[in-house]
Design a protein around this ligand. Structure first.
Ligand SMILES: Nc1ncnc2c1ncn2[C@@H]1O[C@H](COP(=O)(O)OP(=O)(O)OP(=O)(O)O)[C@@H](O)[C@H]1O
Ligand SMILES: [Mg+2]
Length: 370
């Protein structure tokens, strides 16, 4: 069991235990934990119902399904759902990603080699190049691409018919997608953070697949600290399993789960050491703010970008911190979570403040930066 000196890293890749993004360790084990059908996919009931209908209707018509856009924060199951879509349609799945399609030719090569009905998964679709994007418009709508041959005035466009296919796009930043691209999807699944019960069910399912015994209350405890994110839940489960193997008999009960998560410094609601360091500094050194991002970051010895992209989204979502035009401000909730007396006039005490917080939060959601 190693804990990096930086404190919040859980392995040699330097990523944090509660980071929703995937690290190498996750990539190797996630495959085994992915549900393979809509029925075994836990939570996201609305998305499941809607998607189920789209897929059933397509199968009944015997045609390829409408293009599907999966939008939502990292680690909520977009890649998993794309695999399920292909499996439910009984079609092969081709996987590519926005950054891999820097030239229109890259996309043309992929599209022209699809078999009829194939599902094309385009991850991080918001990072595709402009040229590829324009080619994709035509492909999605008319199942056709124009291959440009030659240069300058002599250049000609040779139309190339494509087999019908289903595009499944995934993005963590739906707000960055150009309107015309968004409009070409027949169905957009907006994925949201899971509630604790659903995450608890995911933890129990993953434990069964990993062949570890876990009590119901321990699964609930891990779920509460998982930030509503299946990837984080699976990662915490693996660390708790390690702990239970080394310190106990391998069985995870409430005491084991709590002791392990205390050791890894993930608190009761999923804040880790860096999150708490940021809050603590904001409260004790800057009296709760407002303070500029870079000053706050320096005070905890971190890069501004790390604090902004790694800590703040969750702190804002949980209502601990607000980003205001004058700087970062702690809310009453932050003071009480860290066990300090809430000063008079702290943000979040007046209904007016809560409205402001909502605004900030919905802005974040719209940007997909949760
Ligand atoms: N509904 C679910 N039920 C069970 N496990 C899930 C569910 N959703 C996600 N998972 C698990 O969480 C992990 C991460 O899911 P996935 O890779 O699909 O996320 P993602 O949305 O594609 O993330 P990213 O944006 O980083 O690509 C996987 O191991 C998967 O097994
Ligand atoms: Mg993914």
């Amino acid at each position: 069991m190693t804990i990096e000196s930086s404190g919040w890293s859980d392995d040699s890749t330097g990523s944090r235990l509660v980071d929703a993004g995937a690290n190498e360790d996750d990539n190797t084990v996630e495959g085994a934990l992915r549900p393979k059908s809509l029925d075994t996919f836990i939570g996201q009931q609305r998305v499941k119902d809607q998607l189920g209908l789209v897929l059933q209707a397509a199968s009944a018509r015997g045609r390829s399904a409408d293009h599907v856009l999966l939008a939502g924060p990292p680690g909520l199951g977009k890649t998993t759902l794309s695999m399920i879509i292909a499996a439910e349609l009984g079609m092969p799945l081709r996987v590519t990603s926005g950054p891999a399609l820097q030239h229109a030719g890259d996309l043309a090569a992929v599209l022209s080699s699809l078999v009829p009905g194939e599902v094309l998964f385009l991850d991080e679709i918001h990072r595709m190049s402009r040229a590829a994007e324009e080619m994709l418009y035509l492909a999605m709508e008319d199942f056709r691409v124009d291959i440009i041959v030659g240069k300058g005035p002599g250049a000609t466009a040779i139309p190339l018919e494509l087999p019908p296919f289903t595009l499944v796009g995934a993005t963590t930043r739906a707000g960055l997608l150009p309107g015309p691209l968004r409009d070409r999807f027949g169905f957009t699944a907006q994925m949201d953070f899971y509630d604790v019960d659903d995450i608890g069910a995911i933890v129990r399912r993953s434990a069964a697949l990993l062949e570890v015994e876990i009590s119901a209350d321990a699964a609930g405890e891990i779920a509460r600290r998982s930030r509503g994110t299946p990837r984080v839940a699976n990662r915490l489960l693996r660390r708790v399993r390690d702990f239970a193997q080394v310190k106990g008999n391998g069985r995870i009960d409430m005491t084991m789960a709590q002791a392990a998560l205390t050791l890894y410094e993930v608190d009761e609601i999923g804040l880790d050491r860096l999150d708490r360091a940021v809050l603590e500094s904001l409260l004790t050194r800057f009296g709760g703010g407002p303070v500029g991002l870079s000053t706050l970051a320096v005070s905890v010895g971190e890069e501004s970008e790390t604090v902004e992209t790694v800590c703040e989204p969750f702190l804002v979502r949980r209502g601990f911190l607000a980003r205001t035009p004058r700087g970062r401000v702690a809310t009453a909730l932050a003071w009480s979570h860290l066990g300090m007396a809430v000063p008079i006039g702290a943000m979040g005490q007046l209904p007016m403040d809560l409205d402001l917080l909502d605004d900030v939060k919905s802005e974040q959601n719209a940007e997909g930066r949760t």
